[in-house]
Ligand binder design. Structure first.
Ligand SMILES: [Zn+2]
Length: 415
């Protein structure tokens, strides 16, 4: 099988940034970084994105957004109605408009010192209805261009490993430096398991080997499966499934779901997004720079708080239940370069209050939690600006600065 030629990939990803930004990061007070944002628009999403069929066109989305928002406003908490907030963002003409509006609305438009981790998405293999969608390469080129123009974007390339040999070629292309205009200068790799692959997929393992050697930061979605593969079953899934009982697991090679939106969300989450798979990845690549994004997400934090789940990490390797939050804390403490961002999960006040307690009581964790927002996905939760400000006021400037400045910079560039 193909391998990755890593001879042109720099030994540290900071070399992907322009010299001015490199200088700024290495000398002086670390800038504020939002590690987790998305600026993709309707051109990047297949019809079955959001779990139901939408003929995606800008005009149609405008109509759907209006309909969901105004005609069923009395069920504002309803999933469809909340999706209208997101649709309003997705129907913007291009990604740079979304980026500008995010900066202007939620951060001061004049504060150009803020940096944004921008995560691309590769949904074309896993989700149906992709005939009018922009290709992955076009999306990767576009975000790379935007990053070079703005000089405040840290770009992450999403590559679905089920592309097999093509995935390895794209990996090589986005990270190699040839010192010419075609350089894409991606900093990190984005992984989204519920699109239908395990973190232990052999193609991903080849990528992780290079990521570990070249210090490339990896960011994996680790939460519910709002975005997921659109099939009811997937057969012969490559890689190792890690169950709760042992590291090798009884690998169910086939996945099956069906039924309601809620049921599919749960099944995809429990099969693909579970943090347990990373026990195996990290056993193989213990120095991998990894962000388990969302710290498990809302369901994991509900279990942790409402069911008073244990976070006694001593028991994790043998624990037959392996609770999600405890498993992530175990990984954060065991491996030097593993982190967790609290993006999206911060929308629930009780989760943020509990996170603060954890961080104040355990200095090891204080250094391992990253600040991220998950814009534009998080606008589904309603008044995002209010929720973001509320999170900042709960955590107080000292912890916010620790997460957004010190920890993000350490995760990205080991600075
Ligand atoms: Zn996200």
């Amino acid at each position: 099988m193909n391998n990755i030629n890593s001879s042109k990939i720099p030994n540290t990803p900071i070399n992907q940034l322009n010299p001015e930004l490199q200088e700024k990061l290495t000398n002086g007070y670390p800038p504020f970084i939002d590690i987790h944002t998305h600026i993709f628009n309707y051109k990047d999403i297949p019809d079955y994105y959001l779990g139901f069929r939408l003929p995606i066109s800008r005009r149609f989305l405008g109509f759907v957004g209006f309909f969901l928002h105004n005609l069923i406003f009395w069920t504002k908490k309803d999933y469809l109605s909340r999706a209208a907030y997101l649709i309003k963002v997705l129907k913007k003409k291009n990604s740079s408009d979304i980026f500008d509006s995010m900066k202007k609305t939620y951060y001061s438009e004049y504060d150009n010192s803020i940096l944004f981790g921008v995560l691309t998405m590769d949904m074309l293999k896993g989700i149906d209805g992709t005939q009018d969608t922009r290709t992955l390469r076009d999306q990767l080129f576009l975000i790379s261009k935007l990053a070079k123009k703005n000089n405040n974007i840290i770009s992450f390339a999403a590559i679905d490993p089920t592309r097999n040999a093509e995935a390895l070629r794209i990996f090589e292309e986005v990270f190699s430096i040839n010192d010419n205009d075609s350089d894409l200068n991606y900093v990190g790799l984005k992984v989204y398991p519920s699109l239908g692959y395990l973190p232990t997929h052999p193609i991903l393992m080849k990528m992780f080997e290079v990521c570990e050697a070249k210090q490339i930061p990896v960011l994996s979605h680790c939460s519910s499966a709002l975005t997921r593969n659109s099939n009811d079953s997937i057969k012969n899934i490559p890689g190792i499934f890690i169950n709760d009982i042992s590291l090798e697991g009884e690998a169910p090679k086939d996945f099956k779901t069906g039924g309601s939106h809620k049921q599919c969300e749960k099944d995809y989450r429990d099969y693909f997004n579970r943090p347990h798979h990373w026990l195996k990845v990290l056993e193989t690549f213990p120095n991998l720079r990894l962000n388990l994004a969302h710290f498990g997400g809302n369901k994991a934090w509900e279990d942790f708080i409402d069911k008073n789940e244990s976070i006694d990490i001593q028991t994790i390797p043998e624990n037959k239940k392996k609770p999600w939050v405890a498993t992530i804390i175990y990984l954060l403490k065991k491996y030097p370069n593993v982190y967790a961002d609290f993006s999206y999960t911060f929308v629930e006040e009780k989760f943020s209050i509990r996170l603060k307690e954890l961080m104040l009581n355990d200095t090891e964790l204080t250094n391992k939690i990253l600040f991220g927002s998950d814009y534009s996905m998080v606008v589904i939760e309603g008044d995002y600006k209010k929720k973001l400000n509320n999170f900042k006021s709960i955590m107080q400037p000292n912890l916010i600065n620790q997460m957004a400045r010190n920890n993000n910079l350490k995760y990205l560039f080991n600075l």
